[in-house]
Design a protein around this ligand. Sequence first.
Ligand SMILES: Cc1cc2nc3c(=O)[nH]c(=O)nc-3n(C[C@H](O)[C@H](O)[C@H](O)COP(=O)(O)O)c2cc1C
Length: 306
Amino acid sequence: MRLPQPLRTPVPLISAPMAGPGGGRLAHAVSRAGGLGTFGVNDSRTPEWIRAEAEVAGAAGTPYGVGLAAWALEKHAEQLDAVIDLRPTLVSVSFGDYAPAIERLREAEILTATQIGSLDDLERAIDAGVDVIVARGGEGGGHGRNVMATLPLLQLVLDRTELPVYAAGGILNHRGLAAVLAAGAAGAWVGTAFLGTSETASTGAAKEALFAADSTGYGRVFDEAQEVDWPREYGGRSIANRFFEEWVGREEDLDESARTRFRAAVSGQDYSVAHLYAGEGVAALTHEVSAADVVAEFARAVQPPA
Ligand SMILES: Cc1cc2nc3c(=O)[nH]c(=O)nc-3n(C[C@H](O)[C@H](O)[C@H](O)COP(=O)(O)O)c2cc1C
């Protein structure tokens, strides 16, 4: 495995794109602290929004990455055009047919990554010419597959490719980073551990709900509630709140009265109903810290104790 030079950061850590909480401010703070920070772009974001977040992430020449959703690019090719113009250090395209986007990024000589959740996904990623593989287990927060856990997936993937592999899903601190480095990963791709930081775009109420939460669930409840076009094979891992428990497994029955209740809860920040995407490691979040604190904690995996 040969890690491309721009990814040889002091701490082998990439903060995962997290559309919603993870914008340019978080990406900037992570990169400044010694990892590589990224920001996530959801299907409704405009090129102007992408450029504004990139300006914050990349202030003073700071490296950053961007995470795009392949299924959204089918309708919003302008997102990819904007990102190519910006030339970030790394662009991840996941969830759907990402091959055409990877081809364009490679033509522009921009480093690419994709998140895989199965061994079939690995074959697709290799065929598409992706530079960096993110082996993401079902423990992870937000959208993805839920067919394999991080550790078995990581080991199987490392046996099958010479490409650099980052491990994702349930990596909470220096212990998890040390474990995946020992297995042969190039580093960790971490979302949930950054959700309680002061640099996220989340409100105080959302963070309090995250700090109080200790269990998550996987399903399509919140995609149905929001009527978004996520491909069905990618559910989401979120806090298992009252609304989630009520509808999981019978998402198809979700009706207009439930949607009205959901929308009201989102505007009123009632997180017993509104969605909060997070991984199984959410119980590790107890109070607000800075992104630099989180990166410094991860750095203990690669630095001798003081
Ligand atoms: C709130 C949240 C939003 C996410 N949004 C995105 C996204 O926009 N694009 C993406 O590729 N992955 C997204 N993910 C998935 C992450 O890239 C990553 O797979 C996951 O956070 C890793 O697991 P962990 O949360 O246990 O660290 C999101 C995850 C979370 C928690």
